[in-house]
Design a protein around this ligand. Structure first.
Ligand SMILES: *[C@@H]1O[C@H](CO)[C@@H](O)[C@H](O)[C@H]1NC(C)=O
Ligand SMILES: *[C@@H]1O[C@H](CO)[C@@H](O)[C@H](O)[C@H]1NC(C)=O
Length: 444
């Protein structure tokens, strides 16, 4: 297990404005120094440290050497071209620096772990100024051996940073234990198989927006502990879906907003999952969700047996609002679009479900199921007793008014096969029907 380094929070710089109520005011998000200023300080081009864009020379040692030369400020530049990476790098420390990835890094090494691991850094940015940079994991070569392959990118204890305008393709993706970060204008594509994580994140004050994930695992998933996140304009395209967890002992997650989340052909639109454990998930908002053809939609499972039973009475889910959910689920008569399976020893409280209109793609009825869940709306039980009561269901036999919802272009294509290479996509210009990215792409 990785523990978030809270001492790093003290390094955050006070800041005046605040994008949304769920982000913490008084702290800056994103790098503190513009990329333009970093280019003016120093440029450490990997080709000056031995890198060759021949798709065979190992980029690992030149990338490490370029980083060491720019560790106190500047830009590590990976120019246009096809680079091969056979040894992984851990880039430790570093301040006021950036990686500009114009070319494509092809994974050629076969180790597990993390291809590019950045830790204990501040004021950092990894991006592509041409919106063309990519890391190609060629994960299908592992899948045929029954393995996942390495994670492409991992950030740990990185403060005030941004990741944007790059594509991460065919492997496990990014894992972030961080604060004051912005992740945007990204596309992540993996094969149709569980275990190929999209964005997994934990920490403080994160703004994740305008991201598309195709895989069969986590889309944008919050890990413990986390607080003050705004996650918006997310396209989960043939994915596992967005989750919290899995959660066990000492769960401490609060003030998370998901807004404008579009999910198609995925395992769920949102799943909060735990098995035993203690602590709480509180004060979160999940608004403006569109789903098409997902297995589950709004799903809390406090008995998620893929995680071994943890000690404790159960995680307390409290003060969670689900507002404006539209679209369809695959089969609402067997997998209810509202399914709250709360711990009987720690019932859910203060749950609000409002403006929920989802219909089923197959069959002519669906049902909602609440187990030991208290609050307002649909199958939730009202009042303040907050004791275990068992199961309450509602059967719906006509399509709810206003359930029909917009679709995104191309979203009915088949998923990516796990046995062949996945092409590198371009960064999309929209991630939610009708929404334009909050920050423009670096290059049109
Ligand atoms: C969770 O339980 C452990 C013991 O199993 C205890 O040490 C810890 O304080 C508990 N945490 C919370 C948040 O209740
Ligand atoms: C969604 O994923 C499918 C493959 O699973 C792909 O063909 C399609 O282009 C993707 N849609 C968008 C909008 O990127």
């Amino acid at each position: 297990m990785v523990v978030f380094n809270l001492s790093g929070l003290l390094a955050l710089t006070p800041f005046i404005s605040c994008v949304s109520a769920q982000l913490a005011s008084g702290y800056s998000i994103g790098p503190l120094t513009t990329s333009g200023a970093k280019w003016g300080v120093k440029v450490c081009d990997v080709t000056n440290y031995g890198a060759v864009a021949d798709k065979s020379t190992d980029l690992g040692p030149p990338l490490l050497a370029a980083f060491e030369a720019c560790i106190d400020g500047g830009v590590v530049n990976i120019p246009v071209g096809d680079f091969a990476m056979s040894t992984w790098v851990t880039l430790t420390g570093g301040k006021a620096w950036a990686i500009n990835l114009e070319g494509v890094i092809y994974r050629t090494g076969t180790a597990g772990g993390n291809m590019i691991y950045i830790e204990h850094s501040t004021d950092f940015e990894i991006y592509s100024s041409r919106s063309s940079g990519a890391i190609q994991g060629l994960g299908y070569e592992f899948h045929s051996q029954g393995e996942y392959g390495p994670r492409l990118l991992r950030l740990y204890d990185v403060i005030n940073f941004a990741i944007h305008d790059i594509a991460l393709v065919d492997c496990r993706f990014s894992q972030l234990f961080t604060s004051g970060g912005e992740v945007y204008n990204m596309i992540i594509r993996g094969a149709n198989e569980g275990g190929l994580d999209g964005i997994d994140v934990s920490g403080f004050n994160m703004h994740i927006h305008d991201v598309e994930v195709t895989n069969k695992d986590e889309c944008v998933t919050v890990k413990n502990p986390s607080n003050h996140f705004l996650i918006e304009n997310i396209h989960c395209n043939w994915s596992g879906g967005s989750c919290f967890g899995s959660l066990g002992l000492d769960t401490d997650i609060y003030k998370i907003t998901y807004s404008n989340i579009y999910t198609v052909s995925s395992n769920n639109m949102l799943m909060l999952k735990s098995n035993g454990g203690n602590g709480s998930v509180s004060d979160c908002l999940f608004e403006n969700f569109i789903g098409h053809g997902n297995a589950y939609s709004l799903y809390i499972d406090a008995f998620w047996t893929d995680l071994a039973l943890q000690p404790g009475n159960g995680v307390l889910y409290t003060g969670l609002t689900f507002s404006n959910w539209k679209g369809t689920c695959a089969a609402g008569n067997t997998r209810p679009p509202i399914y709250l399976n709360c711990p009987s020893t720690e019932p859910c409280t203060g749950i609000v479900i409002e403006d929920f209109a989802m219909w089923t793609d197959s069959g002519s009825a669906e049902y909602y199921k609440c187990i030991d869940a208290w609050g307002e709306g649909e199958c939730l039980k009202g009042g303040s007793a907050h004791t275990a009561y068992g199961t309450s269901t509602i059967t719906v036999t006509a399509a709810p008014t206003g359930y029909s919802a917009a679709t995104m272009p191309n979203d009915l294509a088949a998923p990516f096969d796990i046995s062949s290479s996945i092409p590198i996509p371009t960064i999309p210009t929209t991630f939610f029907p009708g929404a334009t990215p909050a920050t423009k792409r670096a290059y049109p």
